[in-house]
Design a protein around this ligand. Structure first.
Ligand SMILES: Nc1ncnc2c1ncn2[C@@H]1O[C@H](COP(=O)(O)OP(=O)(O)OP(=O)(O)O)[C@@H](O)[C@H]1O
Ligand SMILES: O=C(O)[C@H](O)[C@@H](O)[C@H](O)[C@H](O)CO
Length: 170
């Protein structure tokens, strides 16, 4: 799940993972502590800050692909070069971009509490964002709808099977 801060990567990603019966990782938990401290202080990350983190994200996806377990990761992956770094390690990664207007994003961030990421970083996130190109393996979902609708569209976009109830023995 990709997109700027507040687009719903964590909320939607966890539900998509549950629907697909797949593990979920929030890439915020993979950031070096210095990156978290920087963002919490209202300072945007640079490419240099993000490369080591993206390497960990790519490795996590590659490991999950290797075991066949699969993995849903909530990771901003704002630039195409960041997504390419992830693809270099995990070539089958499908990027689901949760897209919303500045107004919707701002409202969601203002309504959130207890998160290290300040709403003041939204503009730098939007300036850094490079939407998916037509040749990128991914899909864009509009976030201006209830959570269930986003999850359904995201799951459909993956083309993967929903977590089915176990078959009942005859
Ligand atoms: N479709 C929705 N409708 C209403 N509120 C939503 C929706 N999706 C997410 N939210 C709320 O918006 C806020 C931001 O969502 P969330 O924390 O999942 O975004 P995020 O992309 O993971 O953000 P960050 O990258 O900063 O961690 C949360 O308070 C969440 O409950
Ligand atoms: O690339 C980045 O600037 C970061 O990943 C941010 O997007 C934050 O981690 C996230 O939005 C806060 O949770």
């Amino acid at each position: 799940m990709m997109g700027v801060s507040g687009c719903g990567k964590t909320t939607i990603g966890a539900l998509v993972a549950a629907a697909l019966d797949t593990p979920f990782v929030d890439a915020d938990s993979l950031h070096p502590v210095d990156n978290i401290a920087k963002m919490a202080a209202g300072i945007p990350l640079t490419d240099a800050d993000r490369w080591p983190w993206l390497a960990v994200v790519g490795r996590s996806l590659a490991n999950a692909a290797g075991t066949g377990a699969g993995l849903v990761v909530a990771c901003s992956a704002l630039k195409r070069s960041y997504r390419n770094a992830i693809r270099a390690q995990a070539p089958d990664t499908v990027f689901l971009h949760l897209h919303g207007s500045r107004e919707v994003l701002s409202t969601r961030l203002e309504g959130r509490s207890g998160h290290f990421m300040p709403a003041t970083l939204l503009d730098s996130q939007l300036q850094t964002l490079e939407p998916l190109g037509p040749e990128e393996n991914g899909h864009t979902v509009d976030i201006n709808q209830p959570v269930d609708g986003i999850v359904n569209q995201a799951v459909l976009a993956t083309g993967l099977q929903l977590n089915a109830e176990p078959a009942v023995a005859p």
